[in-house]
Design a protein around this ligand. Structure first.
Ligand code: FES
Length: 65
């Protein structure tokens, strides 16, 4: 399912990026492009991140966070 329509990013990709260690909306945006354009998406991402409590690592694209 598409999570971020502006960037065409799926919920699966978002989950992978968060699992890989992204801890902020800006980190998610840098890794996969989601959350760069509109406020509602950024707020949803922030809520997901708040619940995730993930450790730091590298994003799914292999970019250092
Ligand atoms: S829907 Fe994700 S930035 Fe707009």
């Amino acid at each position: 399912m598409i999570f971020c329509h502006c960037a065409g990013v799926t919920d699966t990709t978002i989950a992978q990026v968060i699992e890989s260690g992204a801890t902020s909306v800006d980190e998610v945006a840098r890794c996969c492009g989601a959350g760069q354009y509109c406020r509602p998406c950024r707020e949803e991402l922030a809520a997901l991140l708040e619940n995730a409590g993930s450790g730091r690592a590298r994003c799914a694209a292999g970019n250092a966070l």
